[in-house]
Design a protein around this ligand. Structure first.
Ligand SMILES: Nc1nc2c(ncn2[C@@H]2O[C@H](COP(=O)(O)OP(=O)(O)O)[C@@H](O)[C@H]2O)c(=O)[nH]1
Ligand SMILES: [Mg+2]
Length: 357
C-alpha cells in the first residue's frame, strides 16, 4: 500500500512525512522521500500485552513524499514532470493543503486558499490523463488496422475525453463494472482514491477556523473525499517528546487523534481495507487485506504454503478476547468458529489457520 503525499511546495508534506514515518528529513532535502509508517492499533497493543510474544508487528503503510508542484501566475503547474512520475506508482493520494500562517514561509500563491490549491493539483492530474487519452485516440485513428476492438476502444476513449475535458475525473465517470475494469489498464491518475489533509497552525487548530474553510469543505464534499485537519509541525515536535510531556502537550493542544491515526483510519476506510490478526507466543501481528477477501486467500498473505494447504480457519473475534480477558476463556465459552475457505474474513478476526503441506 503506497500513499503519495501531494501538494504545492511549502504545504508541509515533508513535515508530515517525517511525522508519519518517524524519520527526520531536512525540509531542504531535494528529491523524493519514501518510508514506512506503523499503523497504530489498540488491538495489537492488547494482544501483545496478553501473549508477551517475541515479536509484535503492526500493519504498515508506505508513504511517498511526492515532489511539490510549483504553480505559476497563469495557474499552470511547473515541475510537473517529477510530480507525475512520483504519483504514478501510488495506490492512493493524500492532498496536503496549506492553511497555516508562517512569516518565514512564502506561499507560492501568496494568499492562503487551500481549496484553490487542491484544484491546482487536481488539474495537473487531469491534464496528464487527458493527454494520455488524446494520444491514444490519435494512435487508433492513424493506425492501419481497423478492428472491432479498436473501434470499441476508440468510442470509450472519446467518451473519456469528453468527460475529462469538462473537468470530470475518471473516478466519477459513469461506467459499467466491465468498462471500469477495462479502463483500469490505462492507470488513470484521476482514478486513484484521494483524501485531503489541511495543515493548520496552532491557533487555527484550536479554533477550528482557517482561511477559505467553507470553500474547502464544499469542494471536498463535491469530490466526495474525506477532509482531515492536522497540525503537522506541532505534532512532529510533540512526537519527539517523552511520555509525560507528550501527554501534557497533546492535551494542551487539544490533539484528539494523532496524524497517523486519522490518516490510517481514512486510508483503510476509503480503500476498503481491513485487518485480521494473528496471535501467539512467537508473534502478534496485524495483516492488511481488502474487504471481502476469503479465508483461504487471506491465509496466502501469511504464506503461500498456508494458502495451498488450507484446511480450516479457526476464528475468534477480537472483542470476545477483550471481553473475556484471554483466549482460553473464549474457547471455554465456545465463542470460536471453524470456517472453510470461502469464509469472508472480517475486521478484527483473530485467526489461526490449520493447514497441511
Ligand atoms: N506553522 C506551521 N508551519 C509548518 C507546518 N507544517 C510545516 N510547516 C513549515 O512550513 C515549511 C515547509 O514545510 P515542508 O514540510 O518542507 O513543506 P513541503 O514543501 O510541502 O515539503 C517548513 O518551514 C515547516 O517548518 C504547520 O503545521 N504549521
Ligand atoms: Mg518537501
Amino acid at each position: 500500500m503506497k500513499i503519495g503525499l501531494v501538494g504545492l511546495t511549502q504545504t508541509g508534506k515533508t513535515t508530515l512525512f517525517s511525522l508519519l514515518t518517524q524519520t527526520r528529513v531536512s525540509p531542504d532535502k531535494m528529491g523524493t522521500n519514501a518510508g514506512m509508517a506503523r499503523v497504530p492499533d489498540g488491538r495489537i497493543d492488547f494482544l501483545s500485552g496478553l501473549y508477551q510474544p517475541k515479536k509484535t508487528t503492526y500493519a504498515q503503510i508506505e508513504f511517498i513524499d511526492v515532489a511539490g508542484l510549483a504553480v505559476s501566475q497563469d495557474g499552470h503547474g511547473s515541475g510537473s514532470g517529477k510530480f507525475l512520475q512520483d504519483v504514478r506508482p501510488c495506490d492512493a493520494l493524500a492532498h496536503v493543503l496549506r492553511a497555516f500562517e508562517h512569516d518565514a514561509v512564502i506561499h507560492p500563491e501568496v494568499s492562503l486558499n487551500p481549496a484553490r490549491d487542491l484544484e491546482a493539483v487536481e488539474t495537473e492530474l487531469l491534464f496528464s490523463d487527458l493527454e494520455m487519452v488524446e494520444k491514444r485516440i490519435e494512435r487508433i485513428k492513424t493506425g492501419k488496422k481497423i478492428t472491432a476492438e479498436n473501434q470499441a476502444e476508440l468510442a470509450r476513449m472519446e467518451r473519456c475525453y469528453e468527460w475529462m475535458e469538462q473537468g470530470g475525473s475518471m473516478r466519477d465517470m459513469d461506467l459499467t463494472e466491465a468498462e471500469r475494469t477495462e479502463m483500469r489498464n490505462y492507470a488513470f491518475l484521476t482514478e486513484k482514491p484521494r483524501l485531503a489533509a489541511v495543515n493548520l497552525d496552532e491557533n487555527q487548530y484550536k479554533s477550528g477556523e482557517y482561511p477559505q474553510k467553507e470553500a474547502l469543505v464544499q469542494l471536498c464534499g463535491q469530490m466526495n473525499i474525506p477532509l482531515l485537519e492536522i497540525n503537522a509541525q506541532m505534532e512532529l515536535e510533540i512526537s519527539e517528546l517523552s511520555g509525560e510531556d507528550k501527554a501534557m502537550f497533546m492535551e494542551d493542544l487539544g490533539l484528539r487523534e494523532t496524524g497517523i491515526e486519522a490518516l490510517a483510519r481514512e486510508v483503510y476506510k476509503h480503500l476498503g481495507l481491513i485487518s485480521f490478526l494473528t496471535a501467539g507466543e512467537d508473534e502478534v501481528r496485524a495483516w492488511t487485506i481488502r474487504k471481502g477477501t476469503a479465508a483461504r486467500e487471506a491465509a496466502g498473505k501469511i504464506h503461500s504454503d498456508i494458502e495451498r494447504g488450507f484446511i480450516r480457519a479457526e476464528v475468534v473475534k477480537y472483542k470476545d478476547i477483550l471481553e473475556l480477558g484471554k483466549m482460553a476463556k473464549v474457547k471455554e465459552a465456545g465463542r470460536f468458529r471453524l470456517e472453510g475457505k470461502e469464509y469472508v474474513v472480517e475486521d478484527g478476526d483473530v485467526i489461526n489457520f490449520r493447514f497441511n503441506v
